[in-house]
Design a protein around this ligand. Sequence first.
Ligand SMILES: NC(=O)c1ccc[n+]([C@@H]2O[C@H](COP(=O)([O-])OP(=O)(O)OC[C@H]3O[C@@H](n4cnc5c(N)ncnc54)[C@H](OP(=O)(O)O)[C@@H]3O)[C@@H](O)[C@H]2O)c1
Length: 281
Amino acid sequence: MCIRDSIKAVAEAALRRLRTDVIDLFYQHRVDPDVPIEDVAGAVKELIQAGKVKHFGLSEAAASTIRRAHAIQPVAAVQSEYSLWTRDPEPEVLPALEELGIGFVPFSPLGAGFLTGKIDTTTTFHSTDFRNISPRFEPEARQANQPVVDCLCQIAEQKQATPAQIALAWLLAQKPWIVPIPGTTKLHRLVENIGAADVVLTADDLRQIESIVSEIEVQGARCLLYTSPRGSTSDASWGDHSCFACAPDGNRADTREKDRQPDAETVELLNSMRPSSQRHK
Ligand SMILES: NC(=O)c1ccc[n+]([C@@H]2O[C@H](COP(=O)([O-])OP(=O)(O)OC[C@H]3O[C@@H](n4cnc5c(N)ncnc54)[C@H](OP(=O)(O)O)[C@@H]3O)[C@@H](O)[C@H]2O)c1
């Protein structure tokens, strides 16, 4: 199947699963180093022209890739890891997004939970949890990176907030076009995380956070190598992050999601926000 047909098949499968006739934001998730980004942008452009997609997004793309894609089909949003312990997008990607008027969606904004202060060297994870194989979650790295959490706890106490809220408020304070997407399976944490939008960090607070965190050298690579469907690999620490998250049939080889089911209260809340035809049982 050519790349154009493959992307269209992914879109059709997503439309079916979402039980909708248009996808608001269709991300390439992530960049495939074996496929010219112009071909990807061209395929998404056709989907937009056909009314099946409204906006085009990229995930973990390098600034140069974003520019090339944007020249073919304007990119609406880029989703990459960004938080107080993962500052990689700052030198190149964020300036490019600002210049081009593209929104930024930080994933893992709570450092996959570490920045909330609820994880220490003794915390264990489910056997399928990626943190078991993430260098950044090795016990030595957790211990070495604890000062980042201590900083968040210190500011949280001053602001009568929680460390998770400070981690999110810091992201929100960076640029008005930055929209973090924290993940949780618990309703009370969802409410807590939404509360971050009401936490105001002053210029002095931001300077204090920066002066503490800039002294800390974060230990442990943030993730492992990714392999594209055609076998090329790329490293999270430079440029594009490779691979499509969805196979053309829409099946994701991602046990992590299956093991992180939301609690009953959260399912009920989410269902109440959906049209009845889209509610989960
Ligand atoms: N584009 C990509 O390649 C990519 C990669 C990874 C993730 N993502 C997306 O990014 C989003 C979030 O990322 P993420 O889930 O990896 O990381 P995250 O939001 O940084 O952290 C989520 C973890 O923190 C815990 N947590 C959440 N709120 C908390 C709070 N207030 N206090 C204490 N613990 C809290 C959650 O546990 P509980 O569930 O127990 O609350 C979970 O273990 C998801 O939508 C995900 O799909 C995208």
